[in-house]
Design a protein around this ligand. Structure first.
Ligand code: HEC
Length: 196
């Protein structure tokens, strides 16, 4: 068994000594500084200053909200060929359909998070359009999960992927000679911006 720090033991003893109905004593302050965050973990969360303020960077919204939700949805959609042949990964039980529904719902609202002031990189360019595209794909994912429809779940998974791909193609820098092409030039023209 791991040893409890002294403060925790003291707090436990205090908690046990408090008679029922009495007020809980305030938690003791930790005596040691918390361990430094490991590389690759989320940035420190800034203090909450005002309602409607963005707290996480776009990168952390991607890492901790958008990507896990999309991965959870994709893991439960489509047909993949594996050693046993064609494997339909759509949920086979209610618990997994519920996960598909939850993750699609998270993507619906993630589209809104990306449009918030302070996070929207390019409010007059295609950024908003791609954020809305993510929301719409999430809505399709929710409908598919509610209907428990394998085909629609697959289609929604592709729509979700298209939204990621479109936005990354525009906003994650690529080398100039990259072979990775997008319809982005059309979008930029439509938004009245010069071609890249
Ligand atoms: C509206 C634009 C937009 C959409 C839509 C979008 N992303 Fe991103 N994503 C970005 C930008 C911008 C970055 C780069 C952030 C940075 O490095 O500061 C990024 C970075 C990422 C990263 C890298 C995070 C890291 O650790 O560096 C992942 C993973 C990611 N996105 C996943 C996804 C997935 C999955 C989807 C679709 C389900 C998606 N994104 C949809 C804009 C978008």
């Amino acid at each position: 068994m791991r040893h409890l720090p002294i403060v925790a033991v003291a707090a436990l003893a205090l908690a046990l000594a408090v008679p029922a109905g009495a007020q809980t004593p305030p938690a003791p302050r930790p005596v040691t500084a918390p361990a430094a965050a490991k590389p690759g973990t989320a940035q420190p969360i800034p203090p909450i200053l005002a309602p409607g303020r963005t707290l996480l960077s776009t990168k952390d919204v991607m890492r901790h909200i958008v990507n896990p939700a999309a991965e959870a949805f994709w893991a439960r959609s489509g047909i993949v060929d594996d050693a046993k042949g064609a494997n339909d990964r759509s949920p086979a039980d209610d618990a997994n359909w519920a996960i598909s529904l939850d993750s699609a719902a998270q993507l619906v609202e993630a589209g809104n998070l990306l449009q918030m002031e302070g996070r929207a990189r390019d409010p007059n360019g295609p950024w908003m359009k791609y954020a809305v595209q993510l929301t719409k794909a999430g809505v399709a994912g929710m409908a598919a999960a509610q209907a428990k429809d394998h085909e629609k779940t697959f289609d929604a998974g592709s729509a979700i992927y298209d939204a990621c791909y479109a936005c990354h193609g525009r906003y994650i820098p690529r080398p100039k000679d990259s072979l990775y092409k997008h319809d982005i030039d059309k979008d930029l023209e439509a938004a009245g911006q010069p071609k890249k």
